[in-house]
Design a protein around this ligand. Structure first.
Ligand SMILES: C[S@@+](CC[C@H](N)C(=O)[O-])C[C@H]1O[C@@H](n2cnc3c(N)ncnc32)[C@H](O)[C@@H]1O
Length: 201
């Protein structure tokens, strides 16, 4: 008897306008789920999936070329615990994913929108906190890293002010947490990196 065909890496919902039922993304769905919001080329996502085979990983990304690249790389590596969805992340978290599905949400080097008049596009914004809170399981954590000092100050002020999140110290240095593609670029350019972590009590 041949082995069952693994699910395709790209997850395409049957209905983009109805919340997904629990278990729609992964079988078995009892594994903890981690979500990489704006996963880019997926280097962080794929390293995490390879390192933690007992967890599931979902990348959310709006650029199709990046989605295709991740699918190719995941298939080449034989990873069965990683999927990507080609969709806008605020919508995905606030409406599409099953509520409270994620143990960890990673938002790593989101677009900084450096011009003042564009700052309202930044992902960490009071309007997006409800979606982050909805997607996280109780006791889950939200991890944020950026090279942009103004975005860091603004984002930490917004999340710290919310009763839905409680600040935690950053991870122990020994904990496996790969450097992302953009992080490597900023490290190479000598930019300081800032990181913050919160739990959903
Ligand atoms: C600066 S890159 C960082 C990528 C990756 N996290 C890293 O650190 O290497 C930001 C990524 O988020 C994606 N992105 C930006 N806004 C998004 C949105 N609203 N929904 C989904 N993806 C988004 C971009 O296409 C891009 O790949």
């Amino acid at each position: 008897m041949s082995a069952p065909t693994p699910a395709p890496v790209e997850f395409i919902p049957d209905d983009y306008f109805a919340p997904l039922p629990p278990g729609a993304l992964f079988e078995p769905s009892s594994r903890p789920l981690e979500i990489d919001v704006g996963c880019g080329d997926g280097t962080f996502l794929l390293q995490m999936a390879a390192h933690f085979p007992e967890r599931n990983f979902l990348g959310i990304e709006r650029l199709s070329g990046r989605i295709r690249k991740i699918c190719r790389r995941a298939a080449r590596q034989g990873l069965t615990n990683v999927r990507v969805i080609h969709l806008e992340s605020a919508y995905t978290l606030a409406w599409l994913l099953p509520p409270h599905c994620a143990q960890r949400l990673h938002l790593l080097f989101p677009d900084p929108w450096p011009k003042k008049r564009h700052a309202f596009h930044r992902f960490v914004h009071p309007e997006n906190l409800a979606g982050l809170h909805r997607a996280l399981a109780p006791g889950g954590t939200f991890l944020f890293k950026t090279d942009h000092p103004e975005y860091f100050a603004e984002a930490t002020a917004v999340v710290d002010a919310s009763p839905c999140f409680t600040r935690l110290p950053w991870l122990d240095a020994a904990e496996f947490y790969p450097i992302t593609d953009f992080e490597q670029q900023w490290l190479d350019a000598g930019k300081p990196i800032q990181a913050a972590r919160w739990t959903r009590p």
